[in-house]
Write a protein that binds this ligand. Sequence first.
Ligand code: IVH
Length: 679
Amino acid sequence: MSKESIKKDIETRIKDLRKQIDHHNYRYYVLDSPEISDFAYDQLMRELLRLEAEYPELVTLDSPSQRVGAAPVSSFSPMVHRVPLLSIDNAMDTDELSAFHQRVVKLTGSENIAYCCEPKFDGLAVELVYEKGVFTRGGTRGDGYTGEDVSGNLKTIKSIPLRLITRKPPDLLEVRGEVVLFKSAFADLNLERSESREPLFANPRNAAAGSLRQLDPRITASRALVFFSYGIVDAVAVGLGSQYATLERLSEFGFKVNPDVRLCHGIGEVIDFCLYMQEKRESLPYEIDGVVIKVNDIDTQRMLGIKARSPRWSVAYKFPPTQETTTLKRIEVQVGRTGVLTPVAVLDPVRVGGVTVSRATLHNADEIRRKDVREGDTVIVQRAGDVIPEIVAPVVSRRTGDEREFVMPDTCPVCGSGVVRDSIGGSGSEGVMYRCVNMACPAVLKEQIYHFASKDALDIDGLGRKIIRQLVDKGMVCDVSDIYTLTRDHLMQLEGFAELSTANLLNSIEQSRQATLRRFLYGLGIPHVGQVAARDLADHFGSLDKVMEADKEELQAIRGIGKEMAQAISGFFSNERNREIIRKLKYRGLEILDQQPSEPESASLAGKKFCFTGTLESMTRSKAKQEVEGRGGQVVSSVSSQLDFLVAGAEPGSKLDKATSLGIRVLDEDEFRKLIREG
Ligand code: IVH
């Protein structure tokens, strides 16, 4: 074969590889529905890179190999928008939505208006330019007229097609949309940054903006950004008559379009959709802050026109914010059950996401330092879903100079005893924790009693915080064993106590005198020992005496009990004061029921690696994991050639394809259960 014809063949192969890679990119990043394994994809990419390295003259701009190719820049050049990016008026409630509709009705003379309603992404607006179907450049919104050309960075975003999927591309296509970072990717990114002690991003939008404005595209490439398209500049020029048709066309071209778009007829349907999205908001994998409502018909849009800087045919319904700013008045220190001192921000009460927030935990001194939060600061407070309120960051620009840096006290704020510093996370990698060492500290004691009496421990109904506070402050209870010395005379002295409440509490105390070993171990409040570890200890040893005698090595040999926990347990039981309390509890009539130590488990699955995908109907994932581990097997989170079994439940994910392509044995739920039963 001649050199020429070899080269022709290579060129054909390269084109074919690009087409395949583009297609699989689209399946994976746009449709979330891959057709091949990561491994098979990597092979295609590797072959393309090899051929392009050998024949650099065959490299084209739209080759998938060029996504991360661009060299770092020292600054971005400006990108002038041919048609300015407008802003949208806001509607803060449903009345304002109705007012918008009334204006549209008045101006068009028609009651019968169709609206295209789309979730409003909380990301970064960008414009992408395609010439003859090939991505040529893209930039940020900037001031609406001129933004920054961040083409090299945009190319790294895999959901942005480098070439449109169409036989007849328009000469020019300007696509608008939003670059977002999914909530999970945001959490991962911040975790990584906190580990490397870099400043954290306040929210996914800031993280997306920071990632897109990186001078080195390799950093952008590492950030899992996603592009959603929502508009075409001059859609009429490409033969489109409505916003809804525009979104459909964008989807055909290979862009990601929000699946939650709805065409609504009349304002009633619009309002319903807005409220529906408001409900759904928390469960979406990315952040939205409202709904954009657009008159669907483009002729009607044109007729309505633009005023100042926003169109008359569109409005953004804004959800009530889940972030607010307020003043951090001071930082208080709370003392917990294990004596740990926790700083808590006392805030000027502020409504966030529908509830009033006046306190927020600051976790520990390191967190305060990392976020650089000071007393007197204006701070951003956030509440997401049911999550407890947290301080996101101080608003540094609002500082007056009167703010006070916080220092952890070196004595306990409750009992005045000394405070020790413990490192968190073994090596101290997660920072330091301050702890009051006075075992009789009233704050610690109150929390210990509260925990001892809680539902999952000794379950003493009626022994709440208010009563515990009085019992401790009056000196009636100095450790948990004193609960069993309480009499009617004691209780009748407490505020708010009468015959009936006294009788009820005495009765609950009486009922708690027989406790299972699990509940008792949990109720002791040994640091790091939660319900699961307490159950494992009880199952393994069967009696309290045996647990108390166990040394660190024996404890650590139990599955699920690590070095730190083993240390905490043996430390707890070798402490004379704790032993004394246990003796007193027994003496005062608490009976701890032994339990049969569990059979040593079979090791039928020793050395076998399992991975799960999809939903199991008959058991939870954690139960399934337990079953495998109980038989000596191991559960891993991703599919590799090392895997022995993939267990596929209902609606399996891409792991199934990967496992199949690697020839790994796939079990359905029944087969898995059979394996467990027989093992
Ligand atoms: S349409 C005139 N649709 O909101 C209408 N904007 O536009 C032009 N935004 O920062 C914009 N999601 O990036 C439109 N589905 C959506 C949107 C959306 C988010 C952002 C946009 C800009 C702001 C105002």
